[in-house]
Design a protein around this ligand. Structure first.
Ligand SMILES: [Zn+2]
Length: 349
């Protein structure tokens, strides 16, 4: 099969980088740990991705998962302090800039589609800045402008916790994503500001009411960077058919999440989830919203991915499985690369 170049809609890799955390991995060296580094990206023909800045609590919550008779429930995560979150995000931003600098041109911070295309042509890997959860931004939105100037091009107003902008969806299965109130007034201001700046708004981790609030307000195509279909796996993190249709109707994109527990109908945390299961879930999404509106949002270094993919170097196995299932080359290329760039072009200024 031809080489399929890939742009990926979501990774959490900065959390594990030695540039961020002493003892972390060197992103420029090949590792067997986790999912993503530059050598494994190149092996998988991954030419760039959205890198998430993300604040997390000082202490990992314990005993927050309850197994129920037919699934699971996670205790709703606590809100985070603004100053604390900003310190973490500042450090992650500095780490990514340090990494790009010491890559000697092998990696570039990309702020436009032209820069992504130029990097690809020049054989360089594009880092596009995303932030997952806007805890680091205060109600004055000053820090949003600072981040935009630093290259931020994508923002998820919430992670799966509450903040001043809205309510992230708690993790549970089986359950509807309609778990509570939507955006606050500050959240609505945030959406308007993102539209004005040309920052893509990411609907992943938002509850259903928040999704519809963004849909009502936003002038940009609707995008979820990493999610799957609720009709197949009814977890709160997945999107209902109505939500998928809204993405389709605005010419948006859903980034297909490689999280096994959001792909499988039974939501089991099983690495041995076959590629057939993965590909048929992708097929459901493409049937629903069309081949122009499904892309990849791997969640590398943030989730459990199927063993047959294993890490970024294994992405060609996914495309091979899609080809065997009857997807044509154009559909696979759209899924792997073109659809993200189309939506960026429609959204960024
Ligand atoms: Zn996430």
């Amino acid at each position: 099969m031809d080489v399929i170049e890939v742009f990926d809609g979501h990774n959490d890799s900065v959390q594990y980088m030695e540039d961020y955390k002493p003892g972390g991995r060197d992103f420029l060296a090949r590792s067997e740990v986790g999912h993503l580094d530059l050598p494994r990206a190149l092996e998988g023909h991954l030419v760039g991705g959205l890198f998430a800045l993300h604040a997390y609590p000082e202490k990992k919550p314990e005993n927050n998962l309850t197994i129920t008779s037919d699934g699971y429930e996670m205790r709703y995560a606590d809100a985070l302090d603004e100053d604390y979150s900003r310190r973490l995000v500042d450090n992650q931003l500095a780490a990514l800039n340090r990494l790009v600098e010491r890559s000697n041109g092998r990696m570039r911070l990309a702020e436009s589609v032209d820069e992504i295309e130029a990097a690809r042509t020049g054989g360089a890997f594009s880092v596009v800045l995303h932030m997952e959860g806007a805890e680091a931004i205060g109600p004055d939105l000053d820090y949003l402008h600072t981040l935009h100037a630093a290259g931020l091009r994508s923002l998820g107003p919430v992670w799966s916790r509450p903040n001043i902008f809205g309510y992230g969806v708690p993790f549970a299965y089986p359950r509807s994503p309609d778990t509570g109130p939507g955006l606050t007034d500050a959240g609505k201001e945030l959406v308007r500001a993102c539209n004005t700046l040309g920052i893509m708004i990411d609907l992943a981790h938002l509850n259903e009411q928040g999704f519809w609030d963004v849909a009502t307000l936003s002038k940009a195509p609707l995008v979820a960077t990493h999610a799957c279909a609720h009709a197949i796996c009814p977890s709160t993190r997945n999107l209902t058919d109505r939500q998928l249709d809204a993405i389709r109707d605005t010419d948006g994109v859903i980034g297909f999440n490689l999280a096994v527990y959001d792909i499988r109908a039974d939501a089991h945390l099983d690495e041995n989830t076959p590629l057939d299961t993965v590909v048929s879930h992708i097929g459901y999404l493409i049937d629903r919203v069309g081949p122009d509106r499904v892309a990849l949002g791997s969640d590398f270094d943030g989730t459990v991915v199927p063993r047959e993919i294993r890490d970024a170097s294994g992405l060609p196995h996914l495309f091979e499985a899609m080809r065997k299932a009857g997807f044509d080359g154009e559909t696979i290329r759209k899924f792997a690369f073109d659809n993200w760039l189309r939506v960026f072009r429609l959204t960024w200024k």
